[in-house]
Structure formats: structure tokens, C-alpha cells
Design a protein around this ligand. Structure first.
Ligand code: PDD
Length: 288
């Protein structure tokens, strides 16, 4: 079965899909994106993902490429046509195609949209979660507007590659004062000795992750307290548990930070209980 992508109004074979060489996403990273998890045939937290897409676009003054309701139909259709039961949907909106010029093109330029979907293996993810993953820390070197889910991701790409080269799976960006910001493509969390969940406030400096937001609902259901405050690399290394969240990994235990083992080196019970409860509590939109 060949993969199918949605590109500017058409469903096309993934292998044949293409965009214009003067698409502003290609030339300036002038666009935004979203990644939604598909779990057991459901698109997870789609409302929150589309709300954040709307915010990212409005911050950059990019218009909707199509009506929101129509986009929901396209997302479901791409998932259906690719027969994705467990996996990810990627959607990207750019300012569109125009002769290269830094200033915005004319208001009549139509934003460009691409939607793709791919399968992932829940058993492989569960195996990773059972073991836990390793992170390294790197100095924060991104622009200030990381609250916008922009496709300009070079610092994130470089950080994730560095993590891989050092035998880790994620890199945490750290401020000069030692405060952890977030991962290259995940939000960062710790659990203190008294069982409180700690994550950095999302008003500035990090992306307000959708998984992060839904963890607030999950924690409430499980009777857990969340404190939104900065934490240092030192505090994280000495925490009871550490974990990261994203649509791609959902809740993933962290067992090593810069080579220092966290707690006993095994995923923590609180992290695993959040992972367990997530599916039931998150919003589920059946893909067909
Ligand atoms: N990344 N922080 C950053 C910098 C991210 O890129 C992401 C998501 C998150 C977590 O957000 P959410 O819970 O909404 O997935 C935090 C996506 C998955 C990616 O780039 O693939």
C-alpha cells in the first residue's frame, strides 16, 4: 500500500507529492506545524492541537489555508487513507508561494498546506518507556518566540543530533542560570521527593505542549499536584523521577541526565501512572 499525502487541495501519492521551490516554508521556514498522536484509531487532543495551530498562525499573521472544519475532514481522511491505527499526523501551513522577498507577499497569496500520516509501533514505544531514556543538556540558543510552533527548527535538529551522538535520546535546552527550558521536541518534567510534578511555566521560553496541557487533566484525575516553576539541571538529577512529554512520545520516563542516573535508574511509578491514564483522559476523535 502506498502512502498518501494531502497537498494544497489534493490527495497524492506520498512519493509524488511536491511543493513549489518558492514556497516560503522552503526558503524562509515561514510556516508553522502540528503533530498529533493517533492512538487505537483516534486522533488525540485534536481540538487543542488546532487551537494551537490557530494561535501560531495568528502570531505570524498567516491565514487559515482552509476552513477549520474542512481541515478536520482532511486530517481524518489522511489517517484513513494511510490506514494508520497507531501513529502520527503531521500538518504544516506556510505563508505560500511568492517571488523571494523577505517582506510578506501580497494578501492574495494563499497559504500552503500539507498533511501526512505515518504509522508507529506502540510496542516499541512501550519497550522504550519500560526502560526509560537518556537526556543531555545543551545551552539555550533558540529565538525568544519558541511559543510559536514554527517549522524553523535548526537549533532543535542540532541538539537532537548531539544527543544521538552522545548515546542519548533527547537534549534539554538550559538557560545560562542552569534552569531547564524544554527538550528539542518535548516538554521537561520532574517529580519531587514528596510526589509533586514540576514543569516550567509556559508563558514564555517554551512551547505550550498539548501533552503537557493534558497532563494537568490527568494529574487532577490521579490526585497529583503540579507546580509550575523553573527547575535546575541539578534539581532534576536529584529528583525522584524525571520525564518528558510530546505527541510523539506521550509520557516518556527519563533515567539519565548528562550521564547521572536519576533515582534508581528505573522509570518512576508516578510517571508510569500518568502514561497509563493518559489515553482515557485525553480527547479522542475517531478517525473514521
Ligand atoms: N514536538 N517542545 C517542543 C520544542 C516541541 O517541538 C514539542 C513537540 C513539544 C511537545 O508538544 P506536544 O505535547 O504538543 O507534542 C514541546 C513535536 C512532536 C515534533 O516536533 O515532532
Amino acid at each position: 500500500m502506498s502512502r498518501i499525502a494531502y497537498v494544497n487541495g489534493q490527495y497524492v501519492r506520498h512519493a509524488d507529492a511536491g511543493i513549489h521551490i518558492e514556497d516560503r516554508g522552503y526558503q524562509f521556514a515561514d510556516g508553522v506545524y502540528e503533530v498529533c498522536e493517533v492512538a487505537r484509531g483516534n486522533i488525540m487532543d485534536m481540538t487543542r492541537h488546532l487551537d494551537r495551530l490557530d494561535r501560531s498562525m495568528s502570531e505570524l499573521k498567516i491565514g487559515w489555508p482552509m476552513a477549520r472544519k474542512a481541515l478536520v475532514t482532511v486530517i481524518k481522511e489522511v489517517v484513513r487513507r494511510n490506514r494508520v491505527h497507531n501513529g502520527l499526523v503531521y500538518l504544516q501551513v506556510t505563508r505560500g508561494v511568492a517571488r523571494r522577498d523577505h517582506v510578506f507577499p501580497s494578501a492574495t497569496t494563499t497559504p500552503a498546506i500539507v498533511v501526512t500520516a505515518k504509522r508507529t509501533d506502540p510496542a516499541a514505544s512501550a519497550a522504550r518507556a519500560a526502560k526509560g531514556i537518556k537526556v543531555i543538556t545543551v545551552p539555550e540558543n533558540r529565538w525568544e518566540r519558541v511559543d510559536i510552533k514554527s517549522i524553523g527548527l535548526l537549533p532543535n535538529v542540532m541538539a537532537r543530533q548531539q544527543a544521538k551522538e552522545q548515546g542519548a535520546q533527547e537534549a534539554w535546552f538550559v538557560d545560562p542560570d542552569g534552569t531547564v527550558k524544554e527538550g528539542a521536541a518535548t516538554n521537561a518534567w520532574i517529580v519531587t521527593k514528596d510526589g509533586t510534578l514540576v514543569t516550567r511555566p509556559a508563558e514564555t521560553g517554551i512551547l505550550r505542549g498539548i501533552t503537557r496541557t493534558t497532563i494537568f487533566d490527568v494529574a487532577k484525575k490521579l490526585g497529583l499536584t503540579i507546580e509550575e516553576r523553573g527547575f535546575s539541571v541539578e534539581e532534576a538529577r536529584n529528583a525522584k523521577e524525571a520525564f518528558m512529554t510530546a505527541a510523539t512520545t506521550v509520557i516518556m520516563p527519563i533515567v539519565e541526565i548528562d550521564g547521572h542516573v536519576v533515582a534508581n535508574g528505573h522509570p518512576g511509578a508516578t510517571t508510569l501512572s500518568l502514561r497509563e491514564a493518559f489515553f482515557d483522559i485525553a480527547e479522542k476523535t475517531p478517525s473514521c
